[in-house]
Design a protein around this ligand. Structure first.
Ligand SMILES: NC(=O)c1ccc[n+]([C@@H]2O[C@H](COP(=O)([O-])OP(=O)(O)OC[C@H]3O[C@@H](n4cnc5c(N)ncnc54)[C@H](O)[C@@H]3O)[C@@H](O)[C@H]2O)c1
Length: 441
């Protein structure tokens, strides 16, 4: 079903959205404070340079489906949906400049004052989580004298196009994300994107806002990572393209969701050691690799957040479930849980440790030697009986998934705090039986 849409802001996102939505049969009215851009679009010319825009825009304009104006009030009155696509640039200190969004909210709100029918306001500009609820919605309500959810809907729909390939990206998005408080508000947007082949996620406004930032941050990390490892390869006299080709061919561990779930710090006998060696080698070649150098400090910071979370409870009797660097092994080398126990001992906590795979009586070989030589004080905290640890602890740190579900669900008490470091499945979390907190979820 064709819709009538006003698009505020005719920059890259706004003019591509306007042009492409008009080409899908919708009636689109572009709005901008820049008269040159409005004139261009309203006479069938693209306000931006973008592959493929000119022809599609011209066709839509010729078929009277695409116009532009500087009159915000008329645009809101003539359409049922308003997209906000104005810029949200950085201020000098990095803070987001939301003055453009504020100005448009004021304009749309004023127009809504005199509009009789229901209206949808859809923010498309990139804004930090909470902005739609804390700024856009109240500004619209104040300026219109009306109520969001009753007289008009407020939704968030981030854009993922890339300049240079924007038209193609618009028609082939990686996904479509629709955020709203009341998912029934999304009905016209479902229609609008019904042609898209990708998955549509309907979610909360804040999740939709956050996903956009997570995507951009990850893309930036990928570019920085690729450039640092490429530079290292070049220094080592290794073929960087060959390395990349092989590295990216692994869709199990490398280009995959592996390692991307929020959880606890990494450790073990490989990752920290190999990162350190690579960074040291880079230094020997006078090569600065700040992204790689930041990873171990980031890992330590994550452990410190857990220490702070524990100390904030005011409780000092700690039960630590898990000690090895991950479930299914007794390897304690560079285990972040060992580091965590050391930190908490230093803060005056009393700790008992249970780990199914690290029972002192059964340990032999290098692991026994590791405990005896490097962490004898932690070895002494090991308990064979999980129940004993759960009975004594005021705070339980779940550092392994290898814990019996029933024990966790039925042996925890209301006065206990459970801090989950491993992102237990929801059905295994003792929510309601004790105070439950995830380390980063
Ligand atoms: N450029 C991209 O590749 C891209 C991709 C995805 C998301 N985004 C996000 O989308 C938003 C828009 O980005 P852009 O690159 O299209 O911005 P842009 O700077 O190219 O365009 C913004 C437009 O908004 C207009 N404008 C400002 N105030 C206005 C007002 N009160 N009323 C009407 N028009 C007004 C400006 O005149 C300008 O034409 C930003 O939040 C950006 O982060 C950008």
């Amino acid at each position: 079903m064709a819709r009538s849409i006003s698009i505020f802001g005719l920059g890259y996102v706004g003019s591509v959205s306007a042009t492409c939505l008009a080409s899908k049969g919708n009636y689109v009215l572009g709005v901008d404070v820049n008269t040159a851009k409005v004139k261009a679009m309203d006479s069938g010319r693209s306000p931006i340079i973008e592959e493929g825009m000119g022809d599609i825009l011209f066709e839509s304009h010729k078929s009277c489906r695409l116009h532009a104006t500087t009159d915000a009030v008329a645009a809101v009155h003539k359409t049922e949906i308003s997209f906000i696509c104005v810029g949200t640039p950085s201020q000098r200190n990095g803070k987001l400049d939301l003055s453009g969004v504020e100005r448009v909210c004021e304009d749309i709100g004023q127009a809504l004052r005199t509009k009789k029918s229901f209206h949808w306001v859809v923010l498309r500009s990139t804004v930090l989580p909470g902005t739609t609820d804390r700024l856009v919605r109240p500004m619209l309500e104040r300026a219109s004298g009306k109520q969001a959810g009753k007289d008009f809907a407020v939704c968030y729909n981030p854009e993922f196009l890339r300049e240079g390939t924007a038209v193609n990206d618009f028609f082939h998005p990686p996904f479509t994300i629709l955020g709203a408080h009341d998912l029934s508000d999304l009905a016209p947007l479902r229609d609008l994107y019904s042609w898209a082949n990708s998955t549509t996620f309907e979610t909360s406004v804040a999740t939709a806002e956050m996903v956009k930032y997570v995507c951009n941050a990850f893309h930036a990390v990928k570019v920085g990572f690729a450039n640092e490892v490429g530079s290292l390869a070049k220094q080592f006299g290794v073929d960087a393209e060959d390395v990349t080709k092989i590295f990216t061919s692994d869709k199990t561990l490398n280009i995959s969701p592996a390692y991307l779930s929020p959880g606890f710090a990494f450790g073990g006998s490989c990752l920290p050691k190999d990162l350190r060696a690579l960074i040291h080698c880079a230094k020997e070649h006078d090569l600065r690799v700040p992204l790689l150098e930041s990873i171990l400090p980031s890992n330590v910071e994550h452990i410190e957040r857990v220490v702070e979370t524990v100390l904030r409870t005011g409780k000092r009797k700690i039960g630590m479930l898990g000690l090895s660097f991950k479930a299914g092994t007794d390897d304690l080398r560079e285990s972040p849980l060992v580091y965590l126990v050391k930190r908490l001992l230093g803060e005056g906590c009393h700790i008992q440790v249970w780990d199914k795979n690290v029972l002192l009586g059964r340990l032999v070989g290098s692991n026994r030697q590791f405990i005896d030589e490097f962490i004898p004080h932690i070895g002494m905290l090991l308990r064979e009986n999980l129940q004993e640890v759960l009975d004594t602890a005021e705070v339980v740190l779940v550092g392994t998934r290898a814990v019996d579900r029933e024990a966790l669900l039925h042996s925890t008490r209301p006065e206990q705090t459970i801090i989950d470091l491993v992102n237990l499945e929801k059905s295994r979390r003792p929510i309601g039986r004790a105070t439950y907190e995830g380390v980063c979820w």
